[in-house]
Design a protein around this ligand. Structure first.
Ligand SMILES: Cc1cc2nc3c(=O)[nH]c(=O)nc-3n(C[C@H](O)[C@H](O)[C@H](O)COP(=O)(O)O)c2cc1C
Length: 308
């Protein structure tokens, strides 16, 4: 069994204090008061993939904040993710779905079990932090010339680069292509909570009372981004334990990317743990399969434990 202290550095309070915008009360660890869950929820629900940028370079200040922030990012799996900032023009980088971008960030991780989950967890911290700064991103795992990005990021033997993202300021209006893409994957919708959250066993959808009690946490997970908006995470709640599973679809796994749907589960875990932290809970992640019967094609990933 692996137990890892969560230690999410990215909380909305941190983001705002870091940016010296004092609109959020910080969490008081002694009184357990002053949490504004709604602010984190707002960031998570408000974030959208940005594929149409306004053509401006990032300001030096924003770029420096982002670069500095990446140096602080950790994940509960203890697998470091390295971030590389890449000038689009210098390295001739582009994506057929992105326009007006000047900068990309690529993430690299050593190939090993849980590397994809850890990657999702860490990269999403950057995505949320960027959004809080007013900087748009889009997770890109497919729509790019991968070799060009890997070469620019100096990917080494034994490493993988599951995704990259553009970084820039959103244009006033989305391109027609972006609008059509969003429609195609239903990007503005998510599955209802009772299709994602279960109570004690796979067959028992979460009760209305439990949904009400954990409303914000559930919303944070629901609104996580995922490849082709498939939302492959499933969560079985059992007392103070939340077991995260991956409901696998075909076509998301390769040697170059790892399993992109495990990256998605890592993103969902990041949102859930950030929400718990905002609530002032004492939370950690363990990898300890509870042995609950699940259908074929569903794989246990990790458990979020809320300690009293
Ligand atoms: C792991 C991962 C890979 C993705 N790959 C791509 C991609 O290659 N191209 C793209 O345009 N969007 C990609 N996306 C973005 C998703 O399509 C998007 O997150 C989803 O449709 C939900 O929309 P939203 O991010 O605006 O909420 C990816 C997202 C994730 C999490």
């Amino acid at each position: 069994m692996i137990v890892v202290r969560c230690g999410i550095i990215l909380t909305i309070s941190f983001m705002i204090v870091y940016n010296q915008i004092s609109v959020v009360k910080c969490y008081d660890h002694d009184t357990r008061e002053g949490i504004l869950m709604s602010e984190l929820l707002e960031i998570i629900k408000g974030r959208k993939s940005v594929r149409t940028f306004d053509g401006r370079q990032l300001t030096e200040e924003d770029r420096e904040k982002l670069e500095r922030y990446t140096e602080t990012i950790t994940n509960p799996f203890g697998i470091p993710v390295q971030f590389v900032f890449l000038d689009a023009e210098e390295y001739r980088l582009s994506s057929p779905v992105i326009s007006g971008e000047k900068l990309y960030v690529a993430g690299k991780v050593e190939k090993k079990p849980y590397a994809d989950v850890a990657f999702g967890y860490s990269f999403e911290k950057l995505v949320l932090y960027a959004w809080a700064l007013g900087v748009g991103t889009t997770w890109i795992g497919g729509t790019m010339k991968r070799e060009q990005f890997e070469e620019a990021a100096k990917l080494a033997e034994g490493e993988m680069m599951p995704c990259v993202s553009p970084l820039g300021y959103p244009a006033n209006k989305r391109s027609f292509r972006e609008t059509m893409m969003r429609k195609g994957v239903g990007a503005d919708t998510r599955m209802p909570a009772d299709k994602l959250f279960f109570s004690g066993s796979w067959d028992e959808p979460v009760t209305a009372a439990m949904q009400e009690k954990n409303r914000e946490l559930i919303e944070m997970v629901r609104w996580a981004p995922s490849a082709v908006n498939r939302q492959p995470w499933r969560i079985i709640a059992d007392g103070n334990r939340y077991h995260f599973y991956e409901k696998q679809d075909k076509g998301y796994m390769s040697d170059k990317t790892g399993d992109l749907q495990k990256v998605d589960v890592g993103i969902a875990l990041c949102h859930f743990m950030a929400g718990l932290e905002e609530k002032g809970e004492n939370e950690e992640i363990e990898i300890n399969n509870p042995g609950i019967t699940v259908p074929a094609g569903v794989e246990y990933i990790a458990t979020a434990v809320v300690r009293c």
